[in-house]
Ligand binder design. Sequence first.
Ligand SMILES: Nc1nc2c(c(=O)[nH]1)N[C@H]1C(S)=C(S)[C@@H](COP(=O)(O)O)O[C@H]1N2
Ligand SMILES: [Mo]
Length: 424
Amino acid sequence: MPIHLSRRDMLGLIAGGGALAAAPAWAVVSPQAETPLPSFTGPEPNPYWNSVGPYVTYPQKVPLIRLTDRPIQLETPRRYFRTAITPNEAFYVRYHLPDIPNAVDLASWRLTLEGNFAHPLQLSLEQLRKEFRPVTIAAVNQCSGNSRSRFQPRVPGGQWGNGAMGNALWTGVRLSDVLKRAGVQPGTVQIQFEGLDHGPGPQGKGSNRFLKSWNVDEPILKEAVIAYLMNGEPLPMLNGFPVRMVMPGKFATYWTKHLTFIRALTTPDTNFWMTPAYQIPDTPNGSTTPEELKAGKVKLVPIGHVNMPVRSVIVDPDGAAPLLPGVPATIRGVAFSGQGKIVKVDVSVDDGKTWRPARLGADLGAHSFREYSLVWTPTSPGKHTIAVRATDAGGHVQPDAGVWNAGGYLWNKIERQDVLVLNA
Ligand SMILES: Nc1nc2c(c(=O)[nH]1)N[C@H]1C(S)=C(S)[C@@H](COP(=O)(O)O)O[C@H]1N2
Ligand SMILES: [Mo]
């Protein structure tokens, strides 16, 4: 049975109440989960928007598309991207280690700041809420490997469709305020983040804790938020209850869930999850070729060196039903960028030959999803290919070529959707 927590239970918890006494019961598996799945999901001739796994219900979640169970990886179905804010219960889930908390006792839980600080701290959730100024920001959390199933040639790793992303209003405290109170001492080179999950990672790599670190002078540390609310509610357990890091503009691998340890390090972090994992080619767009890689010509850097490239997705029409000539259809979806707010979204109904500007939805801030829409009244019957192309304030425009790198990261090629228009 899934965990059922009423909103009151959760609000009670966040007010500093007792344990989250949830049964460690896990997935409710739908019958089709045992059926073998196709191993190839795209991109040609007809890509699936999502990955092809079964719909499975986990605690506090609507049915999501399961890639793996240990560690848990769940993708958000396409229809939830019609709106700029992704509902908590539909927000995707990604872990690296199998042993994850399904209960956190807030009476004893503390955010611990240790290492090279002048005043090591142990902060309760109550203290975080009361003793630091709250801030709220809309920001997209996107997995580095979102859309990895589109890569050609294909690369190992979770074969995500486009749904390893979500946008929420995150409320919490500035990391910099907490660091200031602890007093980062001279000699600190990096700040490290760790959550409550553990368990064997890739064999023999010392990867049994998911550790991520930033250089101490990295500007993102000034913007980062330690979030205790997601869309105004306590975070779902699977999205990092009680607090998680929010690193606006950066890929989600740095958005540590169940954040419990912040360390001031005096030597750089070389753990598996910093290197070799989550490294990208130090090339324009992080792109390379299998040949260059094999020849050992490619310098790799942590994916934290870059912000998320501009991209957009088509949600409607989804090609499931034909359109009718003379009947208006709304083309819509969301666009976002880690490199400046979305200023323009263009739509094509002729496979990218000609473009027209879409209407943009509300501006929720530079790091948010932005809705776009365009009403199209098809006139000629037959197959039509819709394409969507976003532009950000930094002048970056989505490319019409896919990147390639061994991690399957940074996908932002212009998306297409085929639709059939019937005879009148
Ligand atoms: N504690 C912890 N935090 C983590 C991870 C993890 O495995 N453990 N994975 C990271 C990665 S790679 C991603 S894509 C996001 C996923 O966030 P979500 O599960 O809330 O969607 O969490 C990040 N934070
Ligand atoms: Mo990720």
